[in-house]
Design a protein. Structure first.
Length: 533
């Protein structure tokens, strides 16, 4: 008897969760998670319970909802939120960490005479003892370094709070903004209580292209704890996925394809590289516009990540491609900063093979080289080192993927150009007006940040004038600008609703016009796009 073979449906989407909140990279390290959990997640949940009607109204107003200050749930889910608050309040170690960080900050700010810090070790709060090194900077200001590798080996790193929600992206599915709303299992969402590093996820996501029998699926899901009313077989189909010929076909030369948001695939016949991958689940709204997981190369030699923001280190995508990835390249971090956790350590906990790259480090390839390029801007002047652009020289073609980097110091790119030469393709973002830096990092500060500082220090990327300077420096033959949040199906993590007069659109339009007037092909990426260099 012939046995049906089942593939994971293209419209299945996942949400990795930590304590029922959407997992992004800064929630993986335990100490950073404590700050976000206690200062943001609990605050939002308690606000929803106290005044749910305001939250419901806030989510109906697009101009307000994108800021992430409104929990996007219904009245009937109030009890779910109350239960989750109770769970949070029972997890005392995270409160102890937060309190210890606040006390340590206070202790160090009071040490103003520049003398030795050695005597302060005994005054370090108990929760941090053995996990910090006390330091001085060149101006005799005290600080501390987290010993991150040791923290992950301690009881503070608890993988039991990790799970993944599985759902089906129907045409009317609305995914709540990820930074504002906890997720709960129900008749349309199956939660799997299994840590992110589990091989279960590799086996499951491989079924997008390598089918299983119904018996094999039952056996696979029998290995894990399931919460919710959905039958796992609802996630599967006997229909074999249709591949996008522009990606699945043989590569002749160097091919650059767009995956969504700021993501690119760079391919030759022998090498496949993904940059900041964001891959969409498919429904009727975007099925003609988005590449799918099935369209990706069977083997991905390198994933190159530019910086530690949730729309560039997209754990939701990374978990689903882990079984195909050989190596992840990440920028080197500062070594123990609360604001700059190690991407290498984060992704290693998730089961990836990871290599750190310092400024201008290179990896030789059979057909060329990968080089990490210094990245300025978009981090509100915080001393964050986990950021890099990527330069690829393949078969003699030169491609730069700069993501959200800003041209704050044009002379830096002049010096880099002397080393790498002219570009065939320059790919950049134009998030020239970003949120105040506290929108992303505010939970980490133990003292109030003034409005003046917030407004002055924003998560700004490049604008038209800066982009023109870069173009003139690198003499690029082709320009790609990523989509600036225009892809509505990615609104669940972008939280943006741009209009034609939004400064980001105005600036990118001006840059496109400049390129056109200069005879340089330029595209603002949206949906599918493929270029052979």
């Amino acid at each position: 008897m012939e046995t049906n073979q089942y593939y994971l449906k293209k419209n299945v989407y996942i949400e990795p969760l930590i304590n029922n909140w959407y997992a992004w990279s800064n929630l993986i390290p335990p100490f950073q998670y404590s700050m976000y959990r206690n200062r943001r997640h609990i605050r939002l949940m308690k606000s929803f319970v106290k005044n749910y009607k305001l939250h419901i109204l806030g989510n109906q107003d697009k101009s307000l909802a994108g800021g992430g200050e409104f929990v996007d749930l219904s009245e009937k889910q109030i009890q779910d939120v109350k239960n989750l608050i109770a769970t949070f309040e029972s997890q005392q170690s995270y409160f102890e960490i937060q309190e210890a960080i606040e006390k340590l900050d206070q202790l160090l700010t009071q040490h103003t005479d520049g003398t030795s810090l050695e005597a302060l070790y005994e005054q370090v709060p108990e929760a941090l003892k053995g996990f910090v090194e006390l330091t001085m900077d060149g101006y005799h200001n005290p600080g501390y370094r987290l010993i991150e590798g040791l923290i992950y080996k301690s009881d503070y790193y608890d993988t039991s709070i990790q799970s993944v929600s599985l759902g089906i992206l129907e045409d009317d599915t609305k995914r709540a903004f990820v930074l504002s709303t906890p997720r709960f299992p129900d008749e349309t969402h199956l939660h799997i209580k299994e840590e992110f590093a589990s091989v279960f996820w590799d086996k499951l996501f491989a079924t997008r292209t390598k089918p299983l029998s119904e018996q094999e699926i039952a056996s696979l899901f029998g290995e894990v704890e399931k919460i919710g009313e959905m039958d796992p077989m609802q996630l599967f189909t006997t229909e074999k996925p249709q591949l996008d010929d522009s990606i699945a076909s043989a590569v002749d030369g160097v091919r650059v394809a767009y995956t969504g948001h700021a993501g690119l695939i760079v391919q030759t016949e022998k090498t496949s590289i993904l940059i900041d991958p964001v891959i969409s689940s498919i429904n009727d709204k975007n099925k003609e516009l988005s590449l799918t997981f099935c369209d990706l190369p069977e083997t991905i030699d390198y994933v190159c990540l530019t910086h530690n923001h949730s729309d560039h280190v997209h754990i939701e995508t990374l978990l689903q491609i882990r079984h195909q990835v050989k190596t992840v390249l990440v920028p080197k971090n500062n070594g123990g900063s609360l604001f700059d956790p190690s991407l290498k350590l984060i992704l290693s906990q998730l089961g990836f093979s990871v290599q750190e790259m310092d400024d201008m480090d290179s990896i030789p390839l059979e057909e060329g080289v990968i080089t990490s390029i210094p990245f300025l801007g978009e981090h509100g002047d915080l001393n964050i080192r986990s950021k890099t652009g990527w330069f690829f020289e393949l078969l003699g073609k030169r491609i730069y993927a700069g993501a959200d980097s800003a041209n704050l110091e044009p002379r830096m790119y002049t010096k880099i150009h002397q080393l790498i030469g002219d570009l065939d393709v320059m790919a950049i973002g134009m998030e020239c007006v970003g949120a105040p830096f506290t929108w992303l990092y505010g939970a980490m500060f133990t003292e109030k940040v003034s409005r003046q500082i917030k407004e002055s220090r924003r998560l700004n990327g490049i604008d038209c004038e800066m982009a023109i300077q870069m173009l003139d420096t690198f003499k690029a033959k082709q320009v790609l600008i990523y989509a600036l949040g225009l892809e509505s199906w990615l609104g669940y993590f972008m939280g943006l609703d741009y209009s034609d007069d939004s400064e980001q659109i105005v600036q990118s339009n001006q840059f496109l016009e400049h390129c056109k007037a200069s005879g340089i092909p330029a595209e603002r990426l949206y949906g599918k796009y493929t270029l052979t260099v």
